[in-house]
Design a protein around this ligand. Sequence first.
Ligand SMILES: [Ca+2]
Ligand SMILES: [Ca+2]
Ligand SMILES: [Ca+2]
Length: 276
Amino acid sequence: MKKLITGSLTLVMVMYGGLALAGETISFEDPKGDDDGPGQYTYPTDAVYTPGSFDLTDVEIADKGDTVEVSVTVKAKIDDPWDSRAWDGNGFSLQMIVIHIDTDHKAGSGYKDGLPGFNVTFADDQRWDKALVISPQGRTRVQAEVSAKAAAMKKDILIPTTVSVRGRKLVARFAKKDLGADLSKQWGFQVLMQSNEGFPDKTDLLTRKVNEFGGQHRFGGGSDYDCDPHVMDLIAGKAQGDKSEKDAQHKMLGTFKCNPDGSGTRAVLQMVYPEG
Ligand SMILES: [Ca+2]
Ligand SMILES: [Ca+2]
Ligand SMILES: [Ca+2]
């Protein structure tokens, strides 16, 4: 009987071998109330920055065959106060999420620095190999930003083919061929929550700055220099939504050092490996 079942499975696999089959689905949860970076960051003061807008709660990454579908849920309803459709955007205004992926978990392999403007680095054996960018900006603008500010990383930065908004959730689809392999639970993931800045600094890839004091369109609680991480929320620990993951996040993002002259060392981030 066992042989018969094995034989049937093989036959099924052969029959469908020519199609791009759906594969892994990877899910992460994140606690609520930790949209404060290393613990003390505050939202910009303008009323559009609704409380909870940058508070990650759920992330799902699903291999759908030819596409990889990424769903990111936050604590607040996702609005479009700046009418993104008028600037060729994706139907929302405030958030920007970059998922850094480590596909080989090998010391020294991949990019150590996060995308420009996030002001973070990754642990040496957890360097990223692919990054998925979910921005309200349309493809053309994101491509131009990547070419101008992250040219050396360009081939490994993926921009979605479609993005849609469903309540508190953003759904972005990426071409799997750009990822270069089937989605794997052996890989490491780090989901960084930022705010899309339409008028970014010349070294920032659409990221909004965190300053010492918040402003109408500036996060507060950090440094006016670029030594502090520009990240409001991320996944940590086992990414199952446990409240201990808040402390893990604060500790991880707190590993930076700012000197009085603006120099310093950047926060060192860890990936979450679903099976590793
Ligand atoms: Ca959160
Ligand atoms: Ca790597
Ligand atoms: Ca978090």
